[in-house]
Design a protein around this ligand. Sequence first.
Ligand SMILES: *[C@@H]1O[C@H](CO)[C@@H](O)[C@H](O)[C@H]1NC(C)=O
Ligand SMILES: *[C@@H]1O[C@H](CO)[C@@H](O)[C@H](O)[C@H]1NC(C)=O
Ligand SMILES: *[C@@H]1O[C@H](CO)[C@@H](O)[C@H](O)[C@H]1NC(C)=O
Ligand SMILES: *[C@@H]1O[C@H](CO)[C@@H](O)[C@H](O)[C@H]1NC(C)=O
Ligand SMILES: *[C@@H]1O[C@H](CO)[C@@H](O)[C@H](O)[C@H]1NC(C)=O
Ligand SMILES: *[C@@H]1O[C@H](CO)[C@@H](O)[C@H](O)[C@H]1NC(C)=O
Ligand SMILES: *[C@@H]1O[C@H](CO)[C@@H](O)[C@H](O)[C@H]1NC(C)=O
Ligand SMILES: *[C@@H]1O[C@H](CO)[C@@H](O)[C@H](O)[C@H]1NC(C)=O
Ligand SMILES: *[C@@H]1O[C@H](CO)[C@@H](O)[C@H](O)[C@H]1NC(C)=O
Length: 831
Amino acid sequence: MEVKLLPLPLPLPLLLLLLLLHFPFSFSTIPLGSVIYPSGSNNQNWQSPNSTFSVSFVPSSSPDSFLAAVSFAGNVPIWSAGTVDSRGSLRLLPSGSLRLTNGSGATVWDSRTDRLGVTSGSIKDSGELVLLNNRSVPVWSSFDNPTDTIVQSQNFTIGKVLRSGPYSFQLERSGNLTLRWNNNTVYWNHGLNSSFSSNLSSPSLGLQTNGVVSIFDSSLRGGVDTVYSGDYGDSDTFRFLKLDDDGNLKIYSSASGNSGPVTDHWSAVDQCLVYGYCGNFGICSYNDTDPICLCPSLNFDFVDVDDKRKGCKRKLELNDCSGSTTMLELAHTRLFTYENDPNSESFFAGSSPCRANCLSSSACLASVSMSDGSGNCWQKRPGSFFTGYQRPSVPSTSYVKVCGPVVPNTLLIAKKDDGNNSKVHLWIVAVAVIGGLLGLIAVEVGLWWCCCRKNPRFGTLSSHYTLLEYASGAPVQFTYKELQRCTKSFKEKLGAGGFGTVYKGVLTNRTVVAVKQLEGIEQGEKQFRMEVATISSTHHLNLVRLIGFCSQGRHRLLVYEFMRNGSLDNFLFAVDSGKFLTWEYRFNIALGTAKGITYLHEECRDCIVHCDIKPENILVDDNYAAKVSDFGLAKLLNPKDNRYNMSSVRGTRGYLAPEWLANLPITSKSDVYSYGMVLLEIVSGKRNFDVSEKTNHKKFSIWAYEEFEKGNTEAILDTRLGEDQTVDMEQVRRMVKTSFWCIQEQPLQRPTMGKVVQMLEGITEIKKPPCPKTISEVSFSGNSMSTRSMLVASGATRSSSSSATRSFQTMGITSSGPASTRISEGSLLGS
Ligand SMILES: *[C@@H]1O[C@H](CO)[C@@H](O)[C@H](O)[C@H]1NC(C)=O
Ligand SMILES: *[C@@H]1O[C@H](CO)[C@@H](O)[C@H](O)[C@H]1NC(C)=O
Ligand SMILES: *[C@@H]1O[C@H](CO)[C@@H](O)[C@H](O)[C@H]1NC(C)=O
Ligand SMILES: *[C@@H]1O[C@H](CO)[C@@H](O)[C@H](O)[C@H]1NC(C)=O
Ligand SMILES: *[C@@H]1O[C@H](CO)[C@@H](O)[C@H](O)[C@H]1NC(C)=O
Ligand SMILES: *[C@@H]1O[C@H](CO)[C@@H](O)[C@H](O)[C@H]1NC(C)=O
Ligand SMILES: *[C@@H]1O[C@H](CO)[C@@H](O)[C@H](O)[C@H]1NC(C)=O
Ligand SMILES: *[C@@H]1O[C@H](CO)[C@@H](O)[C@H](O)[C@H]1NC(C)=O
Ligand SMILES: *[C@@H]1O[C@H](CO)[C@@H](O)[C@H](O)[C@H]1NC(C)=O
C-alpha cells in the first residue's frame, strides 16, 4: 500500500526542467539565444517534431571541418549555411539573426533578419527551417533560400538558384530548366514546348512524392511532367533533387527506413557533357563504367594528381617554346564550343586547313573540325577555358597547339581503334578474309569432291549459298559486291527504319531476300559477327530468319528472308491498299507475334529485348503468319555502352514505354508495352495515338479504354470487320483486356510475354485491367534534352551531329524477367 504513494517525489515543473536540461533542443521551436556546436560534449541539434530532420553540424569532406546543415536522418544535408572548423557555432541571436561563425568568431553566414522582429526559429517535419515573428509568420525560410537541394513539398520558383561550385541550376521564365557553368555557359536546357512557355505566368518546379518532377503554372492544368525518377510511383520514399558538385542534377531517393542508403535514380546530363567537369585542358572519357579525366597528351600534367578534375597544365608553355609548335590531333574528341562564346569562332573549313590555320595563327589555341557534315571548324582563342570529351562516336577531331613533338596519351589513343591503328586493323581483316576465303574454297572443294561429284547441277557458283546453308545452318557471309549485284546496286527500296534502309535482292540461287544496310554501327568486325551469330541462332516460326550478312570495311549489311506480303501496318492502316485481314488472321498474327517475342525474351539462349516493336516490324508471310523482324539490332548499335540510337525511335513514340521516355532502364517489359499498343491496333485498325472527331479528340488508346469501361468493346473493333462472320467477340474482349494490361504505366504491372500468350489463348483468366494512366504528351526525359542543349551549345547546325549521353550509373531497379537490358540514348554518326 505504501509503495503506491511513493511515485510523486518531484514536483512537475522540476521534472520538466530536468527533461529540458537533458534534451535541451529536442523541440521544434528554437528560442532566441539558442546555439549549437559541431563537436565534443557540446554536440547538439535542433530536431523537427518527429525527428525526421535536424539542424546540426555534419562532418564535411575536408578534415576537421563541419557543415552547418539541415539534414535528413541526421546525415543527408538538404540545406546548408556553410562550413566551419570544430570551434564554430550556429546561433539564433537575440537580435533575430541566425548566424554561423567559425572558430575565430568571424561570420561565415548570416540570415540578415535582425530587424524583422524574429521571436523564434522552427524546424518543420517537411525539412523547412523558418524564423518566425511574434505572430508566427515566417520572415525567413530555408526553402526560399535553397543551397543545392530541393525536397518534396519545396516550391522552387523563378529567381531561385541551386549552386554547387561553379555550377548553378535555375528555372527560367520560359519554364525551361537550365544548368550553367560560371553563371553563363548553359550546358543543359530542358525545355517546355514553346506553345506552353508563351502562356506561363509564374512557373514553379516541384518534386512530387511519387518521384516526378513537374513544372506548375496556373496556365498549365495540373502541371507538366518533366522528368521521372528511376523509382517513380513509389511514394513511400524520401526524395530530393540535388545539384551535385560534379555539375549534374540528380534525383536521390532514400528508403523510408530513414537510415537506408541514399542513391540517385535520375541524372540530367551525361557526366562527360557537364561543362568543365575535367577542368581546364581536361578531356573527359569513360573507362568501362565511370567518367574519367585525362590530359590531352603527355605534353600536359595534371594540376593535382589526387584530384584529376582540377584539370591539366602544359609542361612547357607556348610562350616559352622556342619556335617549334605542333598540333596534337585528338580523334573523336570534341572540345566544347558554343555559340556567342567570345572566345571561339567558327567558319567553314576542311580538317587539314582547320588544323593548319590554327597552327599558323597566334590567336588560336586549339581547333575543332566537325565531321558531322556541317563542315564547321571552330577555333579557340588563347587564354580561354578549354575542356572536352572523347568517345568513339564523336564526329569531330580536335587539334591542340603544343610545344615540341607530340607525346601521345596512350589512354586516349587506346580507344580509337580506327584511327592510327587502322592499318594494323586492315591487315588483320585482310589476313582473316584471305584465310577465310582459302578455308571456304578448301571446304567447298572438299564437299564437292565428296558428295556432289556426280551431280552436274552443283557445278555452278550458286551452290555456294545452298551448300553452306544446308551444311551448317550458319549465316552466309556475303561480300559487299555480291550484295550490290543482287540488289542491282540497291535499286529497289523496300523501306527504311531506324537501323537503316532495306532493299530487295535476288541471290544467285534465285532466293528473294531483303537486304538491310545498317547505319551507325560502330563496333568492330568481331563483335558484329558475334551479334550476327546471336541473331541467326534465334530460330522461331514467328521470327524473320537471317540468311546472311556482310561485314566489309565500313559496310554492315544483313540479309533476311523476303516477305512478299510486307509489314502489318500496310494491312491495318493503309485503307486504300486493298489489303485486308480477316479476324482469324488478325488473331493468329497477334498470337504469333506474342509467341515470337516470348521466344526472344524467355526461351532463347541469349535473351533479347527487341526495343522497337511496332506494326512496321511485324511482317506477314504467305500464310498470313506473323514474323517479327529487326530483333537484336538495338544491341548491335553500340553494345558496349548499351546506348541506343534515340533518333531511330523518335518517329514511333506511340509505341515507346513510359520508362523509355523517362530514361529508365529498358527491360523486356518495355516490349510488352509496345506489344500492347500493337494489339490494340490489330483489333481496331487505328493507330493508338490517332486523334479524331470520333474519339472525342482524345488519343485512340485513351478513348478505347473509356469505351471498354462502358462495356462498349464493339466500338473499338475495326469497322471494316463489320461483315466478317469469323469475328469471335470473346477473342476480341480477351485481346482488348490483354492490351490494356500490357500498356500499364508501371512495368511491374504488365504481364510477361509468356503470360500474354496464355491470356490470348484463354488459358488464364484475365482480370479487369486498371486504367492505363497515360503520360502527358509533353513529357520528355532529361537526357534527350541534354542532347538538344549540346547542339545549341556547340553551335552545330545539323540535328544529326553527335552528342552522346549517359546516365543512371547507379540505378538498380526494374529488373523484370530474365531479359533485362539497360539501354539509354546513344549517339549517331552524322556522316
Ligand atoms: C574564419 O573565417 C575567416 C573569414 O571568414 C577566415 O579568414 C579565418 O581564417 C577563419 N578562421 C578559422 C579558424 O577557420
Ligand atoms: C514526419 O512527418 C512528415 C510530415 O508530416 C512525414 O512525412 C513523415 O513520414 C514523418 N516521419 C516519421 C518518422 O514519422
Ligand atoms: C508583435 O511585435 C510588434 C512589433 O514588432 C508589436 O507591435 C506587437 O504588439 C507584437 N504582438 C504581440 C502579440 O506581441
Ligand atoms: C509556388 O510558389 C508560387 C509563388 O510563390 C505560387 O504561385 C505557387 O502556387 C506555389 N506552388 C506550389 C505548388 O505550392
Ligand atoms: C555567379 O553569381 C553569383 C551570384 O550573383 C556570385 O555569387 C558568383 O560569384 C558568380 N559566380 C561566378 C563564377 O561568376
Ligand atoms: C527551352 O528549351 C527548348 C528545348 O531545349 C528550346 O528549344 C527553347 O529555345 C528554350 N527556350 C528558351 C527561352 O531558352
Ligand atoms: C508543342 O505542342 C503542340 C500542342 O501540344 C504541338 O502541336 C506542337 O507540335 C509541339 N511543338 C513541338 C516543337 O514539339
Ligand atoms: C496559350 O494561350 C492561347 C491564348 O490564350 C491559347 O489559345 C492556347 O491554347 C494556350 N496554349 C496552351 C498550351 O495552353
Ligand atoms: C573506372 O574508373 C573508376 C574511378 O576511377 C574505378 O573505380 C573503376 O575501377 C574503373 N573501372 C575500370 C574497368 O577500369
